[in-house]
Design a protein around this ligand. Structure first.
Ligand code: AVI
Length: 322
């Protein structure tokens, strides 16, 4: 590694890429996969037959929509259904449609970091479910959580679907859940998806599809560094690699250098060298069981009210109160 002059690390992206790629072993944060290309590749992943998470959660919401409606609805008025990381809202629409058919009073508040995702979702909902009140917002989770604290006037139900929490290590997951708890009042609920431990081969296949969509998704980190930070990674000289540890429930993604190479990132004034088979760790996708979710809840001051599972027991949505 060679740093010529001190770079100006004036954005979180620059700072984190610099930190990660000058560390030994090298790492990058998976949150930077999600630019317009990354969003599209993630949509493609959700449509893969191997990526069971989406269908399992879809099945849960469809199968249990009546019980879920009973938990969420208030007898006294309306509630805010706040979805963090709403994406294209495909799964949530099962609930929205049902709530609307049952004449349940609610305001749907999808929140996503991508303005593009928010605009598309609002447009689609106004066509498909025009009777629903939608109040979408662009924002980062933690920034939005602060704002949520001021919505105390009526009941809030916070939705976090897709096992998004699995991309956080346990200490950060506890921070996230604790922040959510702080934004909740006594009647509020948190409804959150947690992918479950299962046959390790099924998990490996979900993150290692034969069509290479997941590999392209992972490599989008390097493509994005090339485009936004003046990098010259040759992405064809990196291989996507997935590992799953059934003991800890942690799936880890890597990009592995297939030969020795030099890379320059001009915006960071950074020259990097890679040894053959050197790794960049890019993502964790944690898998859970009831004991771990109970532990996370108690560390965060939350209590599990109930949970819903798909028919194969691959995935669970838990309902928490504070
Ligand atoms: C968004 N997140 C929950 C996905 C996951 O399963 O960890 C991202 C993903 N990475 C590879 N495939 C999907």
């Amino acid at each position: 590694m060679n740093i010529t002059t001190k770079p100006s690390l004036d954005t979180a992206f620059k700072k984190e890429v610099f930190q990660g790629l000058t560390n030994s072993p090298k790492y990058l944060s998976s949150k930077y996969i999600y630019d317009a290309t990354g969003d599209k590749l993630f949509q493609d992943i959700m449509a893969l037959p191997e990526y069971y998470l989406t269908n399992c959660e879809f099945e849960i919401l469809d199968l249990h929509k009546e019980a879920i409606a009973k938990l969420f609805a208030t007898t006294t008025g309306t509630f805010d259904l706040i979805e963090l990381g709403a994406g294209d809202g495909k799964k949530t629409k099962v609930l929205l449609r049902h709530f609307s058919e049952k004449k349940i009073n609610f305001v749907y508040k999808p929140i996503d970091i991508s303005q593009n995702a928010i605009d598309q979702l609002s447009e689609k909902l106004s066509e498909e479910l025009p009777q629903i009140t939608v109040d979408a917002e662009k924002g980062e989770y933690f920034e939005v959580l602060d704002r949520l604290k001021t919505y105390r006037s009526r009941k809030k139900v916070i939705l976090v679907l897709g096992s998004n929490i699995g991309n956080l290590l346990h200490p950060r997951a506890i921070d996230f859940l604790s922040n959510l708890k702080d934004s909740m009042g006594d009647d509020d609920l948190l409804f959150m998806g947690f992918d479950q431990k299962k046959d390790p081969q099924i998990i490996l296949n979900a993150y290692n599809d034969p069509t290479g969509v997941t590999a392209a998704f992972n490599k989008n980190l390097l493509t994005r560094i090339n485009r936004e930070l003046g990098g010259n990674f040759d992405v064809s000289k990196f291989k996507h690699w997935e590992r799953y540890d059934p003991e800890t429930g942690t799936a880890k993604s890597f990009l592995v250098a297939t030969e020795a190479q030099k890379v320059t990132i001009s915006e960071l004034n950074l020259d990097l060298t890679f040894d053959p088979w050197e790794t960049i760790h890019t993502e964790i996708s944690q898998k859970y069981d009831d004991n771990v979710v109970e532990w996370l809840a108690s560390e965060s001051g939350l209590v599990i009210e109930t949970s819903f599972s798909d028919s194969k027991g691959y995935y669970k949505d838990y309902v928490f109160r504070k």
